[in-house]
Design a protein around this ligand. Structure first.
Ligand code: ALA
Length: 411
């Protein structure tokens, strides 16, 4: 068991070497603990071989390592089968994969996809792109926008109103990357029939709180390794077994093979079954191994402790920001009566642009994200400042940041 105490920083070499640095950008990427870095180094230095392609000792060790991380990820998100875990390059890659491995082969003219224009672009653009692609071949699908409320939560009534007999999939966000609110996905599942597929962007929730794919009732759940202490270029998309027969490869190669067209003119793809169906090419082996180490690290702290720490810090931060009249909050927990905050708060600061504030804070060793945060909706109308927290952050760090903001108000 790893306690979150005053020496917790020692697990993160970057933070340990820069004791004064206040890292408040974990929604962008997290710091990496020693155990994760060691896991990657061991692979490079002790058994660097490919996975699933050899029977010599190193190759077998890599293959076993990947299989074991797949089983670990399955347990971590409470999947029923390890075959539901597809390794990807990250959330964006996973969300694009869904559009091409499922959407391209299953959508017909007239079908509708519900999406939120305020979401992270990776949850929006793959569907717009697929729509344009299908249109070139004479298939017209419709993208129907749904709203989120001033507290940054998905408007359930709006989803209910927009869903129709033509709705094939709804793309959702678990914790919004700018607004920071946790959505009640299990409730949304009850609003639409089982024939409507749900794709969930869980990039900002996995690693922050217990995520149970069965309880959520979704069909796809995508997340990134690098936002949960593992290496960049690594992610997972969980896909419910019930729709595995609707999937086609979107990348082909490796052991997959396309047979020549039959007399009927159709080509048939002979492939492995899930999850290898969607994993053509050499996997990001060190990244996947790092994900296994990251899950061990999280389990050693426990998700319950991480969640509690995250909530406490989030509301501590909110309380202090609310004391500064210059702070104008974007939609999010500042406007919610319910405790739905998980580590992300975004705001404008009167008298300074977001980028000016970013520079000022950076000059004092405080790292926050500024800009439009990979969105194109409401949060993209004006650059904002985003503070995002994780397990290594402390109330003292928030105090340091608040003191600088307070000083700016008296200039
Ligand atoms: N999606 C990441 C963020 O919100 C990069 O910062």
């Amino acid at each position: 068991m790893i306690p979150i105490d005053h020496s917790f920083r020692k697990y993160f070499p970057g933070l340990y070497q820069q004791q004064k640095l206040v890292y408040l950008d974990s929604a962008s990427t997290t710091q990496k603990p020693h155990s994760v870095l060691e896991g990657m180094n061991e692979y490079y230095q002790q058994y660097c071989a490919n996975a699933g392609r050899g029977n010599y000792t190193w190759a077998q060790r890599v293959t076993d390592g990947i299989n074991s991380v797949r089983a670990k990820v399955a347990a971590f998100v409470h999947a029923q089968h390890a075959s539901e875990i597809v390794f990807t390059a990250g959330t964006t890659a996973g969300l694009n994969m869904i559009a091409y491995a499922w959407g391209l082969h299953n959508l017909r003219s007239g079908d509708e996809i519900l999406y939120c224009p305020d979401d992270h672009k990776a949850n929006v653009l793959p569907w717009l792109h697929l729509q344009a692609l299908l249109q070139r071949f004479g298939t017209t699908i419709h993208l129907i926008p749904y709203r989120i409320t001033s507290s940054g939560e998905i408007d359930h009534e709006n989803i209910r109103a927009k869903a129709s007999s033509k709705t094939r999939l709804i793309t959702l966000t678990h914790i919004h990357n700018v607004f920071g609110t946790l959505n009640d996905i299990a409730r949304i599942r009850t609003l639409v029939g089982q024939e409507v597929l749900l794709s969930l962007d869980a990039a900002q929730s996995v690693g922050h709180l217990a995520v149970d794919v069965q309880e959520l009732g979704v069909d796809f759940l995508s997340f990134s390794g690098h936002k949960m202490f593992a290496a960049p270029g690594t992610g997972v998309t969980w896909i419910h077994t019930r729709i595995h027969d609707q999937l086609s490869p979107f990348l082909v190669g490796g052991e997959q093979e396309i047979a020549s067209p039959s007399s009927s003119g159709e080509t048939h793809l002979h492939t492995y079954e899930m999850p290898h169906l969607l994993e053509a090419g050499t996997l990001n082996i060190p990244g996947i191994l790092s994900l296994g180490r990251a899950i061990d690290f999280i389990n050693d702290i426990t998700l319950t402790t991480i969640e509690q720490h995250g909530k406490t810090l989030t509301y501590y931060l909110l309380h202090h920001l609310q004391q500064i009249p210059e702070v104008i909050f974007l939609p999010g927990i500042a406007y919610s009566k319910r405790p739905v905050g998980y580590g992300i708060l975004s705001f404008y600061f009167e008298g300074y642009t977001a980028s000016e504030l970013g520079f000022i804070l950076s000059s004092q060793n405080i790292y926050v994200r500024v800009g439009t945060h990979c969105t194109r909706g409401r949060a993209a109308q004006q650059d904002s400042v985003r503070i995002s927290l994780h397990v290594y952050n402390t109330t003292e760090e928030i105090d340091t940041c608040m003191a600088i903001l307070q000083e700016l108000t008296s200039v």
